[in-house]
Ligand binder design. Structure first.
Ligand code: CU
Ligand code: ZN
Length: 201
């Protein structure tokens, strides 16, 4: 089949044919090469799947606030379970996100950067079609200022370029409206923390 085409298109075709022959050695086809690469890739990634199983973020107050709490991230069969309790909040909803940097040097939490967004998407709701990996929605504090959170996420990773390990967590003063760009208009930062490796049970 290839040979027929080469004959029909004359000299140029012959040159292309010869180049093609030079680029492939022996009976192995291009498809064979691709397959080898995919297999190799799988072999290299496999050991990382048994890496970190659990992570934890201990929250500390930003300047002028008295918010505390901790959030755990646990790999489960149905996704990443994000669970925790935060206290010292004003009653109501508070924007809650994974931010790009685990840098808590700024007293107001701004050193944590923007929302963790490795995919370059728009800000959105926790289970929205378009969202940042870091969009965890809102914590909702009761009359005592205590919020509990328990949500399972698909596609949240602890390895590779989208890993949440070492990233920051920020709790905001105001509610995340889930639509305003790029932050959900959640206001000042009242608590911050870094997601670190935890001992798995
Ligand atoms: Cu935030
Ligand atoms: Zn976001």
């Amino acid at each position: 089949m290839n040979l027929k085409r080469v004959v029909n298109s004359g000299f140029l075709g012959l040159v292309v044919f010869l180049l093609f022959q030079a680029c492939t050695s022996g009976p192995k086809s291009d498809t064979g090469h691709e397959h080898d690469m995919v297999m190799h890739d799988k072999v290299m990634k496999a050991p990382m799947d048994h890496g970190v199983e659990k992570a934890i973020c201990v929250l500390q107050s930003t300047e002028g606030n008295s918010v505390s709490g901790s959030i755990t991230f646990t790999k489960t069969d149905s996704g990443m379970l994000v669970k925790g309790e935060v206290s010292g909040l004003t009653p109501g909803k508070h924007g809650f996100h994974i931010h790009e940097f685990g840098d808590l040097t700024a007293p107001d939490g701004t050193s944590a950067g923007g929302h963790f967004n490795p995919g370059g998407h728009d800000h959105g709701a926790p289970h929205g079609e378009m969202r940042h990996v870091g969009d965890l929605g809102n914590l909702e504090a009761n009359a005592d200022g205590i919020a509990t959170y328990e949500v399972t996420y698909l596609g949240m990773m602890m390895e590779g370029p989208e890993s949440i390990l070492g990233r920051g967590i920020i709790v905001h003063a105001d509610e995340d409206d889930l639509v305003s760009q790029p932050t959900g208009a959640a206001g000042a930062r009242v608590a911050m923390g870094v997601i670190g490796v935890a001992k798995s049970e």
